[in-house]
Design a protein around this ligand. Structure first.
Ligand code: ADP
Ligand code: MG
Length: 324
């Protein structure tokens, strides 16, 4: 099998099919149609073995994560996903691996109603790059930069589970209970990006970001680009039962929630006048959310509180995941 038969066998049909794709896989470039009055959002993410996934990850896990991280970025912009491209570097022609990867890919393109429209396949160390695109009406683009003094800070879902899941896999955290263990590992391996929540928040949230590098690091992206400060009430952070039950103490749970990454929840700010509307809208889609703090006028200042008192982590923890 060569590069061309590989693409034909594993990727040419590995996708949900959309009407707005005029030319898909097989030509020199894909050609697509963007709906009138909609803007195109584009994002890309690379997953490298040993950096973004452990060497024993299954091809299904890798496909899931590669798509999920990109869907999460689109969600954070309020965009509705439409197309993906896949560039992959693989060390060898492992048919079982490619089969598992492409089957999962197909399943996910169906789940998100997105079409795989092209890519590139080369030989080299295992690495997967997905570029995803989606639509967002011009007036509804959600960015990091619109938060205002006084806005409420919300987050979807629970925080810290993925970090704990990774630590379980690395044998840095011991969890006896089978279900808790599987839940946490699954949150690391198979994140569920908040695509619907992202579209619900259009025009209601003043800013939005997905939590990929840890709450504290990501909230500061909002604060810094919006020229505001932030108070976070640590006692309000949404901690899952599985995480809470299996850490030594509250501080360890808070550390996971604040510093570890890969949760792929949405963090967003809401002005008082939209608070009830946002809550009702998220409730109607059964999206869990929590108000964890408020934006302030103290530009760039992060103010952590526990039960109303100022709080500092005992250890000089790093501020979240950084590559360099
Ligand atoms: P070119 O040499 O013109 O770049 P390629 O041989 O790399 O073309 O790719 C042939 C076709 O297959 C193109 O349409 C490309 O987008 C698509 N393609 C290549 N690799 C992948 C992949 N991993 N997933 C999806 N489409 C792919
Ligand atoms: Mg090529």
């Amino acid at each position: 099998m060569n590069e061309f038969s590989l693409i034909k066998r594993y990727f040419a049909d590995a996708s949900y099919v959309r009407k707005d794709v005029l030319v898909g896989i097989g030509d020199d470039a894909a050609v697509t149609k963007t709906p009138e009055n909609q803007m195109l959002a584009t994002t890309t993410d690379t997953l490298v073995q040993g950096v973004h996934f452990l060497p024993n990850s299954t091809p299904q896990d890798i496909a899931h994560k590669a798509i999920a991280v990109n869907m999460s970025d689109l969600a954070a912009m309020g965009a509705e996903p439409s197309w993906i491209s896949l560039s992959m570097s693989v060390p060898e022609l492992d048919e079982e691996w490619l089969q598992g990867f492409s089957e999962k890919l197909k399943q996910l393109t169906e789940y998100y109603s997105i079409q795989l429209i092209g890519g590139d396949t080369v030989k080299g160390p295992l690495s997967i790059t997905i570029t995803a695109q989606g639509f967002v009406p011009e007036q509804s683009i959600l960015t990091r930069s619109g938060a205002k003094n006084g806005d409420w800070l919300f987050v979807t879902g629970t925080l810290g589970d993925a970090g704990a899941g990774l630590d379980i896999l690395k044998h840095d955290l011991n969890v006896e209970d089978y279900e808790d263990k599987q839940f946490l590992i699954n949150r690391h391996r198979r994140p569920s990006p908040r695509v619907i929540a992202g579209t619900v928040l259009r025009r209601l949230a003043t800013s939005c970001i997905d939590v990929s590098d840890g709450l504290l690091q990501d909230v500061m992206h909002i604060a810094n680009t919006s020229d505001v400060g932030v108070i976070i009430n640590l006692d309000k952070l949404p901690i899952s039962g599985a995480l809470g039950r299996n850490v030594a103490d509250l501080e360890q749970a808070l550390t996971y929630a604040c510093i570890s990454g890969d949760d792929y929840e949405l963090l967003f700010t809401v002005p008082e006048e939209h608070r009830t509307t946002v809550q009702t809208a998220l409730d109607s889609y059964s999206v869990p959310y929590t108000c964890i703090g408020q934006m302030t006028g103290a530009t760039g200042k992060l103010d952590l509180r526990l039960d109303e008192e100022p709080f500092e982590f005992k250890e000089p923890y790093a501020k979240g995941y950084q590559h360099f």
